[in-house]
Design a protein around this ligand. Structure first.
Ligand SMILES: *Cc1c(COP(=O)(O)O)cnc(C)c1O
Length: 368
């Protein structure tokens, strides 16, 4: 491990390219690929990731909010960008930046038509989101007639795609439910196509969907977590490469005597002689308090050191009693030798959460 002397999130763009190729290899050559780069590209570096994927000829990007899409446009990204969860208050900004909204409710559709009309746009590209069981966002099956009634007048909108989202694509035990969602989606889009007179691009699969339901790839898939190196499945994880590696450095070592305590609220009480190390990373950097208490480990010179006591805002303390190490030595939280998935699991959460939690205070270093 290459120490850079401070807490650093290294973003490996070669790993990103590898993952992109791997996932594309699971698809028909004609299936379009949408890269989900919301939340700073899952906590990495949205612009660097988008530039790399644009160079690799990805077909689409998706972000959650308009401001994320604006950042990509300001960085010169030209690829179409789907905004998954736009807020009506940002519709003008969305149009001014050539971003494409996901529309998911009748009222929102009317509001968007109004803004598009006021801004004198024709055939503005939009994407229709249908709810097939996640019950989060989406039109209902019986909204199709309403949608057509409001999109076909004056040709102000062009329905580029219709999509839905699986609730449990990674869960083998929910196969029946997922297949039912796919079937519902197929029926909705058949009706839509018939009434529309053309076929919008259809997409329902996320990363685990690509792995588990390739027959439902339709014309496009949407992948986020897989691009960043995680597949919600140990077999797939073995084929992917982690894009983000989080390292820090030992600030200070302490000798602890029996009966002494470490950190806030004296949460770690020592029964014997211990050596601890203090690291410059805390909950303000994204290592939440649930990583404290001894069940999560970091790697110091390749050896496992538990995070002890309470996580502080800017620091954590680890137990390095049996580890040969000194102040200034590098420490790995997650990356190649300990996956973000394993790190997250030790605190009962998931790779998505730890990756996106790494705060903007942490220095990003781009590799490749
Ligand atoms: C975040 C998101 C994705 C990406 O899912 P992964 O599991 O990260 O591949 C796809 N579709 C929608 C609607 C999302 O919100």
């Amino acid at each position: 491990m290459n120490s850079v002397g401070e807490t650093t999130l290294e973003i490996n763009l070669n790993a990103l390219a590898h993952n992109f190729k791997y996932l594309k290899g699971k698809l028909r050559p004609t299936t379009k690929f949408l890269a989900v780069v919301k939340a700073f590209a899952y906590g990495s570096d949205m612009v660097a990731v988008a530039q790399k994927l644009e160079a690799l000829k990805v077909d689409y990007f998706a972000v959650a909010y308009v401001k994320e899409g604006v950042l990509l446009r300001e960085a010169g990204i030209k690829t179409p960008i789907l905004v998954l969860h736009p807020q009506p208050i940002n519709f003008e900004k969305l149009i001014a930046n050539c971003l494409e909204p996901s529309l998911y409710a009748p009222k929102m559709l009317r509001q968007f038509v109004q803004v598009v009309t006021a801004m004198k746009q024709k055939n503005y590209p939009v994407h229709l989101k249908f709810n097939t069981g996640l019950n989060r966002l989406g039109f209902w099956e019986n909204d199709v007639d309403y949608i057509l009634e409001h999109t076909q007048k004056d040709d102000c909108l062009k329905i580029v795609s219709a999509f839905s989202h699986l609730a449990a694509s990674e869960d083998e035990g929910e196969k029946e439910f997922s297949l039912r969602q796919i079937d519902t989606f197929r029926k909705i889009t058949e009706e839509l196509e018939e009434k529309l007179g053309y076929t919008p691009v259809r997409h329902i699969l996320n990363t685990s969907g690509i792995i588990n339901y390739p027959d439902a790839q339709f014309e496009m898939v949407r992948s986020g977590i897989g691009l960043y190196g995680y597949g919600n499945d140990s077999k797939i994880d073995a084929e992917l490469q982690p894009v983000a590696t989080l390292t820090t450095v030992i600030s200070q070592r302490h000798k602890i005597e029996p009966g002494e305590t470490v950190g806030y609220n004296r949460a770690f009480a020592s029964t014997g002689y211990r050596i601890t190390a203090t690291l410059p990373i805390g909950h303000a950097d994204g290592i939440g308090r649930h990583y404290g208490g001894g069940s999560t480990v970091v790697l110091v010179n390749g050896q496992k050191a538990p995070i002890i006591g309470n996580v502080c805002m800017d620091m954590i303390m680890i137990d390095v009693t049996n580890i040969d190490c000194k102040e200034g030595d590098p420490v790995l939280l997650f990356g190649d030798d300990q996956s973000a998935e394993a790190f997250a699991q030790s605190a009962n959460t998931i790779s998505y959460e730890i990756l996106t939690a790494i705060s903007q205070r942490v220095t990003r270093k781009i590799k490749g």
